[in-house]
Write a new protein. Structure first.
Lengths: 291, 941
């Protein structure tokens, strides 16, 4: 299950690393010689995650300040406390969003094995609540998060008996995604596994961000709810793929995507078909509730 | 200063002192400089070394250098032929017609010495000055020249932050973080200070102590907090869907609930989160006024909380200005102190210093603290640093040995700041490209050939020797893509010329937007046009206007630079572009008729009122007046077909043909090469010997194991053995060596010792009982003498033919016929076991541990002679004799073979009996002619 989810998060990387044994070297960042003057970016996110787990475990975050300070991640002096207070507030706010879904009540992990076509899938569900699966992340929900949830959601559905609650909720800072139960998960899984098998033999033109925006726009276009925009779905994908000089870098700059798709038109018919095949069934059953 | 007079290239006298020539772009500045250069050479008889030319950027420098050289060549030709098409040269030649021969010689001299011409970038000039004065200044050893001061500046801003915020109250820290203050922000301010050393800062915070500003901010915050805590209900009642007075968000319940929540966080006793502080702005009285619903008749809600928020915001802003002023003061005190302490200087400092040096009478500034180390200190310094340098090179060597060349190379580049140093030279890019290129080539060779340090050095030497054409990847690489499309900023293009220029984005406005207040820079006329930055918080309107006007002026200057870069054609795009009202082209082409009120506002309003036709109308006269030089046309429609790279179909792929030649006969060989036809570089050790039927078990040395291992062990003992050693010393050595070789079995030690004792007393010449090893001094012997000499064209047939003619031959024709090594050239290498001097003659000894039998009788002269043949030792004997002969010829003054060469001795260690000197050893002394002939053969003569 994990492998399948990992595959769809970056098929090119999966092929390179798992199949070809080719791992692109990542430059280890040099140790900073200055003390921390603030906490931002990934460090801040990690701290949020950590504090969230403490909070979910029933600990008081007020006491955690000393703990975090001792780990040296916070700036020195009073600024450390001030930064901690800010992160703590972020976590408290997120916790309030999460609370209605009863995050403290995960059931014991449940191991499963499932035969789908020629594949045997195994893994364990560790995020099951009495209502279904619950995912959360103190950040914006990205297509990769959805794909991970989707794979687990399909398998959870496939291993439930009739009538058992099998919806999945993904909570992020800016939106909450709800995936309704899938009545017939087997064919969807078979489709994914076919793509997986193909992806072990050749680089697939599946790029989570670009594929997602394409599929979403494509669905809207099909439903005739295009709205005022006349932009073609593929143009949304192009924007995501190429990025812009003023916004975040494009998905094409991912080093593994760049390795296989540095030249030529990567967003062609294959790309469109694949994006539809993967994301349409997902979008079919999902609903995004924005703040 | 005299009033300016128009400059005339040929007539204006070359007066001593400083002359300023003012010229616009495109008027031929470079041409004028080259002409002046020529005049100085011709008229003042200066040498090229005495004329300094300095310009911006590496590219402009190389261009200038090229042009000056060309001008000198042309002038030389003009004087030689007496005529020229160039008016300037024509006039010059006419004026000096009588001395044309001398002038031509001067120009010729200048060309010969042109490499010395100091045509530099400004940094290159500073660097050069320092290099030239290295010994007077000691700067090379003492003061570090820092091209990138970031780290150093960062230290200052970090320290300021540490001093002011580590122990500040939480309110101040919260506000600092809310504003986004931090070391990075201070660093930006510090850069302004270093870029403009004389800049002045103005602000309302000036003259107020930072402590009082901080206290005021804290006080206002507490006041607002008190009111919120006591009257939150009444404040909240002013907003929401029932409040008709305001626009969003004030009339929206959900938005306001979120804001109240944030206010709670803002004013929480313990849980203030600084990001929430931003919401305070929404409760400022001024902001409420701004967002008032225009059509509503309801009055603005009145509560002192809103006034307090206003005051709090003011206090925050003035505190921000105050802390920035405090930082500037701190940085200005710290900068010189820290530079002195850490003994560093920047290029920018050099400029300031050199300015003083050039304007002063005798370069006194060069002897100030910048250069201020005298000779004695330098000497001490050099001594102390010497070891550091040695250590450094040792480290590099180790790194290379352990991790390979490239890792060492890269560290070296970085640690010795090779890039920075090379790039500071006039031809820095070229030098750096070459160095990097060389590094890559060496790295490739190392990887492909698996070369060690010595191997790679040798390879490099070979490459430098080789006369054939180098492979393409070794050819000189171009450092710049001069023929490619270059995308450069206007600043970078200064002083350069491009054939065709596309000029875009020149429609940038000259505004200073809200939130970019840090950009309010201007030259204050009231202060003698000193550069001033207004830190606010309330920026004076005239300051803002002045700053905007200066921005516009700067934009116009930049546009001027951009438009004058093209050699053949310049494309300039312009039109009714949004936001371009205050841009340079707007001011140039569409100036409003009457300039009343603030310039930029008028300009913007006028620009907005223009239709496309009106704009074209403004431009048309320009085009007309230009006489066809300017053409106005519509922007062509883009083809809208994205570029697609070809898929390469149709190209046939072919295997590359190997056309090189592999030199297979070049080897480093030793005696065994001739014997076995296999290259061998280790010292030869004796084999097991000819197999013989096993006889009665031997005793003593006969019982000692056979084979190469035993041979190596004995050789090692003999190398270490003091020939005058006592019995005890000998026993110790023998036991040690046997132990080391795993041969310490019972009886071996005694047998070997017995043998050694016999050897030391063994007469080396049968006729002389007193000629023994025991009589040799340590200073008369050389152990394991390694030789290594070039040989050329040695083939079996020739060697056979020669050896056949020597006295050995008759006995062993069959042996010789079997020699079957490949013809070779290269080097001959080997180790001579022992060379010693006795009565002024030199002898060559090769120990043989071969086992010929268990009885002394088995080592008869015949048996030994036979063994010498069987094992081809006779070849070895001759080769080694040649080697020693060559060696002695180089080392012994007045060397003569007949007089100095004693002979060759092959002691067969197992058969030595001091009483029977005719047995147990082979002795020979090849005739002089044989040695000469063999030498000649090896040298390919």
């Amino acid at each position: 299950m994990q492998t399948l989810a990992e595959f769809f998060c970056n098929p090119a990387k999966f092929l390179a690393v798992k199949r070809l044994g080719l791992r692109l070297p990542s430059e280890a960042a040099a140790m900073d010689e200055r003390e921390a003057f603030g906490i931002a970016g990934l460090d801040r996110y990690r701290l949020q995650e950590e504090l969230l787990e403490l909070k979910l475990g029933g600990r008081s975050l007020k006491d955690a300040c000393g703990l975090v300070r001792a780990s040296g991640r916070l700036p020195a002096g009073i600024a450390g406390n001030v930064h901690f207070a800010q992160v703590r507030r972020d976590v408290e706010v997120f916790y309030k969003r999460l609370e209605p879904f009863k995050p403290g009540r995960f059931q014991p992990p449940e191991t499963f094995e499932l035969t789908v076509g020629d594949f045997v899938l195994s893994g364990n569900f560790s995020r099951a609540t009495p209502e279904g699966l619950l995912f959360y992340r103190p950040a914006n929900i990205k297509p990769k998060d959805l794909l991970r949830a989707w794979v687990e959601h399909l398998l959870y559905n496939a291993t439930r008996s009739v009538g058992e609650p099998a919806q999945t909720v993904v909570v992020g800072t800016e939106s909450i995604w709800k995936l309704a139960p899938v009545p017939a998960p087997q064919p969807v899984l078979e489709e994914l596994l076919d793509r997986y098998w193909a992806g072990l033999c050749q680089p697939l033109k599946f790029f989570p961000e670009s594929s997602y925006v394409f599929a979403a726009a494509d669905r809207k276009a099909l439903a005739g709810t295009k709205g005022r925009t006349v932009k073609a779905p593929i143009d949304f994908a192009q924007d995501k793929w190429n990025g812009s000089d003023f916004g975040p870098p494009g998905e094409c700059e991912d080093e593994y995507f760049a390795l296989f798709f540095r030249t030529g038109d990567s967003l062609d018919g294959d790309f469109e078909a694949l994006a539809r095949a993967v994301f349409h069934p997902l979008l079919e059953v999902s609903e995004e509730v924005k703040e | 200063v005299k009033a300016p007079t128009p400059f005339n290239l040929t007539e204006t006298p070359l007066t001593r002192g400083a002359s300023l020539i003012e010229a616009s772009a495109g008027t031929g500045k470079t041409y004028t400089i080259t002409a002046l250069f020529v005049r100085l050479i011709v008229e003042e008889s200066l040498s090229v070394r005495e004329i300094l030319a300095v310009t911006y950027t590496e590219a402009a420098t190389s261009e200038l250098r090229h042009r000056v050289r060309q001008a000198l060549v042309r002038a030389g030709e003009a004087f030689a032929s007496g005529e020229s098409d160039v008016p300037f040269l024509k006039a010059l030649v006419a004026r000096y017609r009588k001395q044309s021969g001398e002038m031509e010689a001067r120009l010729q001299n200048a060309l010969c010495g042109f490499d010395e011409a100091p045509i530099y970038t400004i940094h290159g000039f500073c660097q050069r000055t320092l290099r030239d004065r290295a010994f007077e200044s000691g700067l090379l050893f003492d003061t570090e020249l820092v091209t990138d001061p970031s780290e150093f500046l960062q230290g200052i801003s970090d320290d300021f932050w540490r001093r002011h915020f580590y122990e500040a109250g939480p309110t101040l820290v919260n506000f600092a973080l809310k504003i986004g203050l931090g070391p990075e922000r201070f660093l930006g301010l510090l850069r302004t200070c270093t870029n403009y050393p004389r800049i002045e800062f103005v602000s309302q915070a000036k003259g107020r102590a930072l402590e009082s500003l901080s206290a005021e901010l804290e006080g206002r915050y507490l006041a607002a907090r008190g009111v919120w805590h006591s009257e939150a209900g009444r404040i909240k009642a002013c907003f929401g869907s029932t409040a008709k007075w305001g626009n969003t968000p004030y009339n929206n319940d959900a938005s306001m609930a979120a804001r109240f929540d944030q206010l709670d966080t803002c004013f929480s006793e313990s849980d203030t989160a600084f990001e929430a502080l931003a919401c305070l702005e929404d409760f400022c009285a001024t902001r409420l006024q701004e967002r008032k619903a225009q059509r509503s008749k309801d009055a603005l809600p009145a509560h002192r909380f809103f006034e307090l928020c206003d005051q709090l915001r003011k206090a925050e802003q003035i505190w921000l200005a105050g802390i920035q002023l405090a930082f500037v003061e701190y940085a200005r005190a710290e900068l010189p102190r820290r530079k002195a302490e850490r003994k560093i200087q920047y290029f920018d400092d050099l400029l300031t210093r050199l300015d003083g040096a050039l304007s002063g009478p005798g370069g006194e500034a060069l002897a100030t603290d910048l250069f201020g180390v005298d000779g004695c200190q330098l000497a001490e310094c050099a001594e102390a640093r010497w070891h550091e340098w040695l250590q450094l090179f040792h480290d590099y060597l180790e790194l290379w040995g352990r991790y390979g060349f490239f890792r060492m190379f890269r560290l070296w580049l970085q640690r010795q700041q090779v890039r920075q140093r090379l790039l500071a030279f006039p031809d820095g890019e070229r030098r750096l490209t070459n160095i990097l290129h060389l590094g890559e080539v060496l790295h490739q060779a190392e990887a492909e050939r698996r070369l060690g340090i010595a191997g790679l050095l040798k390879w490099l030497a070979q490459q430098m020797d080789q006369e054939e054409e180098a492979p393409e990847e070794h050819q000189l690489r171009l450092e710049r893509d001069d023929n490619a499309v270059r995308i450069v900023t206007v600043h970078k293009s200064k002083g350069l010329e491009y054939p065709v220029v596309f000029c875009l984005f020149s429609w940038k406005d000259s505004d200073i937007k809200r939130g970019s207040e840090e950009l309010v820079f201007f030259h204050d006329p009231a202060q003698g046009h000193r550069l001033v930055r207004d830190l606010g918080p309330d920026i004076a309107d005239e300051h803002r206007q002045q700053a905007r006007r200066e921005r516009l002026a700067e934009n116009v200057r930049l546009l001027y630079v951009a438009l004058t870069r093209a050699g053949h054609r310049c494309y300039f795009a312009w039109g009714g572009i949004r936001g371009a009202g205050t841009s340079a082209p707007s001011w140039l082409f569409h100036r409003p008729p009457a300039a009343g009120g603030p310039l930029l506002e008028t300009l913007e309003a006028h620009f907005k009122s223009l239709s496309d036709e009106a704009m074209l109308g403004d431009l048309a006269p320009l085009s007309e007046r230009s006489g066809g030089a300017l053409n106005i046309s519509n922007l062509p429609e883009p083809a809208n077909v994205p570029y697609k790279a070809g898929d390469g179909a149709g190209t046939k792929l072919e295997c590359r043909q190997f056309k090189g030649r592999i030199q297979r006969d070049w080897v480093i060989s030793s005696f065994t090469y001739f014997k076995a036809g296999l290259p061998e570089e280790l010292p030869d050790r004796d084999g097991v010997g000819s197999p013989k039927a096993e006889e009665a078990p031997g005793e003593g040395i006969f019982a000692f194991p056979k084979g190469t291992k035993a041979g190596s062990c004995l050789h090692e003992m003999l190398e270490k053995l003091d020939f005058n050693a006592t019995g005890e010393e000998m026993a110790k050595l023998v036991n040690q060596r046997l132990e080391a070789h795993g041969l310490a079995q019972a009886g071996n030690s005694e047998g070997v010792q017995q043998m050694l004792k016999a050897l030391l007393r063994f007469p080396l010449a049968p006729a002389r009982k007193d000629f023994t090893l025991s009589r040799l001094n340590a200073s008369d012997r050389l152990n394991e003498l390694e030789f290594y000499f070039p040989v050329r064209g040695v083939a079996p047939a020739r060697l056979q033919e020669l050896l056949g003619r020597l006295e050995w031959s008759s006995a062993v024709p069959a042996q010789l016929d079997r020699l079957a090594f490949d013809p070779m050239q290269g080097f001959l290498k080997g180790f001579i076991d022992l060379v010693f001097r006795f009565e002024d003659r030199f002898y060559l000894v090769d120990w043989k541990s071969n086992w010929l039998g268990n009885r002394m009788e088995d080592y008869s002269p015949d048996a030994i002679r036979n063994e010498m043949r069987q094992e081809y030792y006779f070849i070895q004997c001759h080769l080694y004799t040649v080697a020693l002969h060559k060696y002695l010829a180089m080392r012994v003054p007045g060397y003569d073979y007949e007089r100095h060469f004693g002979g060759v001795i092959y002691p067969f260690l197992r058969g030595l009996d001091p009483d029977r000197p005719e047995r147990g050893a082979y002795r020979d002394r090849p005739p002089r002619s044989a040695v000469d002939q063999l030498s000649a053969l090896l040298e390919g003569r």
